[in-house]
Design a protein around this ligand. Structure first.
Ligand SMILES: Nc1ncnc2c1ncn2[C@@H]1O[C@H](COP(=O)(O)OP(=O)(O)O)[C@@H](O)[C@H]1O
Ligand SMILES: O=C(O)C1=C[C@@H](OP(=O)(O)O)[C@@H](O)[C@H](O)C1
Ligand SMILES: [Mg+2]
Length: 187
C-alpha cells in the first residue's frame, strides 16, 4: 500500500501499527517478534531496514556517516514506512526526530518499553559495538536521563519490564496494547 493511500484512508482499529520505542537493549527487537507472533501480525524492525539498505551493521554506519547524519538516515527510513497492522521495532534514537515520531503516531499506538537503568546496564555489553547515538563519554545513565523525557513525551503507554523474562515481557506488551485500545474504544 502506498503512503498516499494510508494518509488519505481512515485506518480501522485493527490497521493501527503497534510501535515500540525505548532505550537500546530494552527488548524492542526480540520482544517485538514475540508480540507479532502472538497477535498474528507482520513484524518490521527499522534498524534491519537501515542495515539492509546500507549493507552494513549499524555501528559501522554510525562510524562512517557520524551521529548527525545517522539521525537523518533513521528519520528518512521511518518517514518512508507505509505499513499498517504491523508491530514496528524502532531504534532507540528515533525519539530525537519529531517528524519520525509524528509519522509513527499518525498510523499507530506508541508503547515505551522501559527498564531500570541498572538492569539495562547489566544486560548491555559494549555500547560502541552495539552502535548507540551518544556523545563521547556519555554514560548509559546520562543517556537514560537525557532520553527519558523524550520517551515519556512520545509514548501513549509505558510498559515497565523490570523482572520480566522474554515471555512475560511480551505478554505485558500485548496486555498494555489491548488495554490502550479498549480505553480508546478501539477493537
Ligand atoms: N525481557 C528480557 N529478559 C532478558 N533479556 C532480554 C529481555 N528482552 C530482551 N532481552 C535481551 O536483551 C538483548 C537486547 O534485546 P533487543 O531486543 O536487541 O533490544 P532493543 O531492540 O531494544 O535494542 C537481547 O540479547 C535480548 O535477548
Ligand atoms: O539508541 C540508539 O542510539 C540506537 C539504538 C539502536 O537500536 P536498538 O534500540 O534496537 O538497539 C540503533 O538504532 C542505533 O544503533 C542507535
Ligand atoms: Mg533493536
Amino acid at each position: 500500500m502506498d503512503r498516499k493511500r494510508i494518509a488519505g484512508a481512515r485506518l480501522s482499529q485493527t490497521d493501527r501499527n503497534l510501535v515500540l520505542i525505548g532505550m537500546p537493549g530494552v527488548g524492542k527487537s526480540t520482544l517485538g517478534v514475540l508480540v507479532a507472533k502472538a497477535l498474528s501480525t507482520p513484524f518490521l524492525d527499522t534498524d534491519l531496514q537501515i542495515q539492509a539498505e546500507h549493507g552494513k551493521r549499524l555501528h559501522e554506519i554510525i562510524a562512517r556517516v557520524g551521529l548527525a547524519r545517522f539521525k537523518q538516515v533513521e528519520e528518512e527510513a521511518v518517514c518512508s514506512l507505509a505499513v499498517t497492522g504491523t508491530v514496528i521495532a524502532t531504534g532507540g534514537s528515533v525519539i530525537y526526530s519529531d517528524r519520525a515520531m509524528a509519522h509513527l503516531k499518525a498510523h499507530g499506538g506508541v508503547l515505551w518499553l522501559d527498564l531500570s537503568c541498572p538492569l539495562l546496564e547489566k544486560r548491555l555489553g559494549d555500547l560502541d559495538e552495539r552502535g548507540v547515538v551518544r556523545a563521547p563519554g556519555q554514560t548509559l545513565q546520562d543517556l537514560y536521563d537525557e532520553r527519558r523525557p523524550l520517551y515519556e513525551r512520545h509514548a501513549d503507554v509505558r510498559v515497565l519490564l523490570d523482572g520480566l523474562d522474554h515471555k512475560a515481557g511480551a505478554a505485558a506488551i500485548v496486555r498494555a496494547w489491548q488495554a490502550w485500545k479498549d480505553e480508546r474504544g478501539r477493537d
